[in-house]
Design a protein around this ligand. Structure first.
Ligand code: G6P
Ligand code: MG
Length: 215
């Protein structure tokens, strides 16, 4: 079955906002006195905001009510959005993205975003990518975040392409699981580049040509 559509995760695949997510969570964890580091942060990739908080709270020494958790997630999102507003530009688009997209377009392959982030529309606008993809599906459209396949299945249906004709580009273990559960093939990049479940692996999109994954 040839690949006729490619669905991209956003954070850590198209743009380096994963670093701003990390800094936002680190600030919240420091204020609450909860141990947190880049190792724990790896588990947050692709996972929704509230589920990310639950992972961080595994190391907390006190308990928090549902209302307090909600407030903490909102606080982190405020820190994250401050970082986006002050630092995010088109220069944060990751190496190889522009070329890879251009190559897909030349081959007549459709493209979409499949992201767990509710900030996805804002980020796409800020980097000038709001008209770049044929479809988008994000955290605002779904009820179950990765590793559930919902966001990728929705992106495929918005493209009008069957799941088995789609390739997903992911930097998260949860995202690779979600793509495989959707019956899609996977190109794992960045933090997920060592994931042996993926059919294709590369350090970044600069290290692989679209032709490799289309054959
Ligand atoms: C992406 C990131 C996660 C983040 C999630 C929700 O999947 O990889 O680290 O937790 O989006 O993002 P949001 O912007 O809605 O808080
Ligand atoms: Mg990601």
């Amino acid at each position: 079955m040839p690949i006729t559509a490619v669905i991209f995760d956003l954070d850590g695949v198209i743009v380096s906002t994963d670093e701003f997510h990390y800094q936002g969570w680190q600030r919240l964890a420091d204020e609450e006195g909860i141990p947190f580091d880049r190792h724990v942060n790896e588990r947050l990739r692709g996972v929704s905001r509230m589920e990310s908080l639950e992972i961080i709270l595994e190391r907390a020494t006190r308990t928090y009510t549902a209302a307090q958790r909600e407030a903490m997630a909102t606080r982190k999102n405020g820190y994250y959005r401050e970082l986006l507003a002050s630092r995010l530009t088109a220069a944060d688009i990751l190496p190889g993205v522009d070329n890879f997209l251009a190559e897909l377009r030349r081959c007549g392959v459709k493209t979409a975003i499949g992201s767990s982030s509710r900030n996805s529309p804002t980020i796409l606008r800020m980097i000038g990518f709001d008209q770049t993809f044929d479809a988008t599906a994000d955290g605002n459209d779904i009820t179950r975040s990765k590793p559930d396949p919902e966001v990728f299945l929705l992106a495929a249906s918005r493209l009008g392409v069957p799941p088995m004709s789609c390739l997903v580009v992911e930097d998260a273990e949860a995202g690779v699981t979600a793509a495989l559960a959707a019956g899609m093939r996977v190109l794992a990049v960045g933090s997920a580049a060592g994931d042996s479940r993926a059919q294709y692996r590369a350090d970044s999109l600069a290290a692989i040509s679209a032709a490799t994954v289309l054959t």
